[in-house]
Write a protein that binds this ligand. Structure first.
Ligand SMILES: [Zn+2]
Length: 448
């Protein structure tokens, strides 16, 4: 059995929304009461209250606060567990001292077992029944579906969600046949993603909204700075205009974040649908920033917003990695400092320096001509497969494990594959599939 989590957006009607808000408030009040109880007991009586003591107090508590009788008791316990969790984290030094939460910062509540809620869905859309609240329409599509085990209601940015965990059978999690494609990806800094399988090349531009987002956010925050900001020390309250423009800034930021996430998931899903072997550069943080800054202004800007594009590409990379590994494929991170994809010819392995402004790879030895980023993607793909032609310096600087063997040309990647496979412990069919990819490609791509 494996546990999966799926989040559905909820569409409550007005009356149910009111009820959801009310329940959230009650859980928030219980949370704060539990924190207060722990602190005061300790300060006044030097008594450490633990979770079970609070849980045992619940029936008594409900006699006084009768509105809590309406609420699923396991959900109430789950809220006390949240308090306990916050304290545990604080005790071991992982978190800060637990704080009282305002309703604005209180996300929701959890049904930890199969009571208090029921789900009418086969994994795509459907309805959620919450006891004492009602039936709520929900939208969303789960990739894997099974029996719901826990359900967490979350209120975020004016929207309601249900985060449902399910038990899914293992075989449901992996497709029957692994997609056989193998590709290299160069994640550019100038808004393009270069993908190649050795024969077909594709470049994907970052969508316009990603490129424009930074400008929009900057403009909105500039307007905000002109309004009267709050200052606690000087006891200045924020002006209405400031609040308004603050709302505008966060609206744009939120929108961009949503758009970015949609884009990332779309592209990643497309990549993984046909490929189970993906090679891309190991992330060198230093390189990203040095590429990003061009003059002082740009540097300031990247400090302010951390460059929305870079974040998008980072997310894309992580998502592809996650998806590839989830289906039992292989995600190879190419050490760019050693392999130097942008300075190497994919066809003959010859290395020569290209400055950043040279956008075309043109080999002086074999005459191969290709877009710079596509060529880099090819180098990464061939290196990962072990079919990158050697040329003197080619593999000398590579991973020590790969350069010691006498058949080092292939050994590097086979070893990597072995390590990855062991780590993932994929099923045997996946291994066979990979071997197929491996042998197949080494025949085709050797053209030096
Ligand atoms: Zn060449």
């Amino acid at each position: 059995m494996a546990t999966r989590r799926m989040t559905f957006r909820l569409y409550p009607n007005k009356q149910i929304e009111k009820s959801l808000r009310y329940h959230r408030k009650l859980h928030k009040d219980l949370y704060n009461a539990a924190i207060y109880n722990r602190f005061t007991q300790y300060q006044k009586f030097n008594h450490k209250v633990d979770y079970f003591e609070q849980q045992n107090c619940l029936p008594e508590f409900k006699e006084v606060w009768i509105e809590y009788k309406e609420i699923n008791s396991q959900a109430l316990q789950a809220t006390l567990k949240r308090v306990d969790f916050a304290f545990q984290r604080w005790f071991v030094g992982l978190g800060k001292r637990p704080k009282y939460k305002s309703i604005r910062h209180y996300s929701g509540w959890t049904y930890p077992a199969k009571t208090g809620y029921s789900v009418e869905s086969n994994g795509e859309n459907g309805y959620l029944n919450l006891s004492k609240i009602g039936r709520i329409q929900m939208r969303g599509k789960a990739k894997y579906w099974g029996k719901p085990t826990t359900c967490t209601i979350v209120y975020r940015n004016g929207k309601w969600y249900a985060s449902i965990t399910i038990d899914a059978l293992d075989q449901v999690l992996k497709p029957e046949i692994l997609p056989t494609g193998a590709i290299g990806i160069d994640l550019g800094c100038k808004a393009a993603l270069s993908i190649t399988d050795g024969e077909n090349h594709q470049q994907i531009e970052a969508p316009k909204f990603l490129r424009n987002a930074e400008q929009k956010i900057k403009k909105a925050s500039k307007e905000k700075r002109r309004k009267r900001a709050p200052n606690r020390k000087k006891k200045i309250k924020a002006s209405r205009r400031w609040k308004k423009s603050q709302a505008k800034v966060s609206k744009i930021t939120r929108k961009v974040a949503n758009q970015r996430q949609n884009w990332v998931h779309q592209v990643a899903a497309e990549i993984v649908s046909g490929n189970s072997f993906v090679a891309t550069e190991k992330l060198e943080v230093k390189k990203m920033t040095s590429k990003a800054k061009k003059g002082k202004r740009k540097k300031q800007k990247s400090g302010l917003n951390k460059s929305i594009l870079d974040v998008g590409f980072g997310m894309l990379r992580d998502t592809v990695k996650y998806k590839v590994e989830q289906i039992g494929g292989v995600f190879v991170e190419v050490p760019t400092l050693k392999v130097r994809p942008s300075q190497t010819c994919p066809k003959c392995g010859h290395q020569h320096k290209k400055t950043l402004d040279i956008r075309v790879h043109e080999c002086g030895v074999c005459g191969y001509r290709q877009d710079r980023d596509i060529a880099a993607a090819e180098v990464m793909l061939y290196w990962a497969k072990g079919t990158l032609p050697e040329s003197g310096t080619g593999f000398v600087g590579a991973e020590p494990s790969s350069s010691t063997s006498c058949t080092r040309k292939k050994a590097g990647s086979m070893k990597q594959l072995g390590a990855k496979k062991r780590q993932k412990s994929t099923e045997s069919f996946a291994r066979n599939e990979l071997r197929d990819v491996e042998t197949h490609s080494s025949g085709g791509a050797n053209c030096g």
